[in-house]
Design a protein around this ligand. Structure first.
Ligand code: NAD
Length: 360
């Protein structure tokens, strides 16, 4: 990869390569854009097959955070960190070394949890830097983001159903949920309270069983879930679930779920959903509840009423994106990108007039 060419193409500001001999830390921090505020995004630990694969991932993920944070209306830019290594051999020294590198960036990057990084790991990073979020509530943090992600997803489903089916209640709406982890389980409960009919699948049989017993859900296998005849398919497990294989199976009116990176290839699969009249709620719009919660921790205003109002606002954001898509006759993922870019442009201009870029 020609690094500077790639940074130019995707407009990244900074890439920091972090190596600590004592702990064995090999990490990359990518700051994509700080127009709206300091960059925020989680730290992922993964046994990447090559350094290039790690670099590609961190560049892609940090750019995604810029769009997610901007569209959510937060005063945050986008960044991300990856640690190259086997997550089964983590150490205190490793995360503290990363904390020192984050501190050296002077607040341009704020970290959080991501794949294979837990709240306990964040507490280790915090030993070395204050630029962290996603801490447990007992130290004044915002706690588990999953219930907030579920709440935002519920609001997104509500707006999606209203737009696509013209129904303003979820009562009787058929919903197929893939993945019953932290978000999927919380979402099942919220949807059940609204009177939705649930069809569920998960690799873990006990989780499926619990949803059937608690919320009257119907179980299907992990392969069957794509083809269930339903109003909304709700991916809450894996990325890339909208692909050539699944597109021919879908029998839903809309897709609106919390999983990250649902479109395997946005250039082909986004337009194909539109062509099939399946309304797609762009993932980084509908699943922003967790990062909204982190933001209020960072600005030390994690007051449940304030966070709730902002997370519920995801519904209005999504409605605006559907309007843009309809008016311009473009797929919804493209409309979401335009919405985010427009906010960066307009608010960025205001901020540079009065404040300077790096202040929150
Ligand atoms: P989780 O790890 O708690 O749960 C994922 C669940 O999916 C597990 O129960 C797992 O068994 C199941 N699963 C895995 N493969 C499956 C398959 N092929 N079919 C059916 N089920 C399968 O994760 P989570 O925190 O609930 O997050 C769910 C998704 O939402 C992820 O894609 C995550 O990146 C995304 N997300 C989560 C948050 C959050 O706040 N937790 C925020 C934004 C996005």
């Amino acid at each position: 990869m020609n690094l500077f060419e790639t940074m130019t193409e995707h407009e990244h500001e900074q890439v920091a390569f972090c190596y600590d001999q004592a702990s064995g830390l090999k990490a990359i921090i990518a700051i994509h854009d700080t127009t709206l505020g300091p960059s925020l995004g989680g730290v992922r630990m993964w046994p990447y097959e090559s350094e290039e694969a790690a670099l590609t991932d961190v560049l892609r993920l940090s750019k995604g955070m810029t769009y997610k944070n901007a569209a959510a209306g937060l005063n945050l830019g986008g960044g991300k960190a990856v640690i190259i290594g086997d997550p089964s051999i983590k150490s205190e020294a490793l995360y503290r070394a990363l904390g020192r590198f984050i501190q050296s960036l002077g607040g341009r990057y704020i970290t959080a949890e991501d794949v294979n990084t837990t709240a306990d790991d964040i507490m280790l990073i915090r030993e070395e830097t204050q630029f962290v979020s996603g801490m447990p509530e007992y130290v004044g943090g915002a706690g588990d983001p999953s219930p907030w992600t579920a709440l935002g997803t519920l609001e997104g489903i509500r707006v999606t159903v209203a737009k696509r089916l013209g129904q303003h209640s979820l009562n009787g709406i058929r919903i197929a949920i893939q993945g019953l982890g932290s978000v999927g389980t919380a979402l099942c409960e919220l949807l059940h309270e609204e009177g939705a009919q649930l069809v569920v699948s998960d690799l873990q049989e006990s989780r499926v069983q619990a949803m059937c017993e608690n919320f009257g859900a119907t179980a299907v296998s992990v392969d069957e879930i794509y083809g269930v005849e339903t109003d909304v398919f709700v991916p809450c497990a894996l990325g890339a679930v909208i692909n050539d294989q699944t597109l021919t199976q879908f029998r839903c009116a809309a897709i609106a779920g919390a999983a990250n990176n649902q479109l395997l290839d946005e250039h082909t699969h986004g337009p194909q959903l539109k062509a099939r009249n399946i309304l797609y709620a762009p993932d980084y719009i509908i699943n922003a509840g967790g990062v909204i919660n982190c933001y209020y921790e960072v600005i030390q205003e994690n007051i449940p009423e304030i966070v709730t109002a902002k997370v519920k606002g995801i519904g209005d954001t999504l409605a605006s994106i559907y309007d843009i898509a309809e008016k311009e006759d473009i797929p919804t993922h493209q409309a979401a990108a335009r919405f985010a870019e427009n906010r960066i442009k307009t608010i960025g201009k205001v901020r540079s007039n009065f404040l300077g870029h790096s202040q929150m």
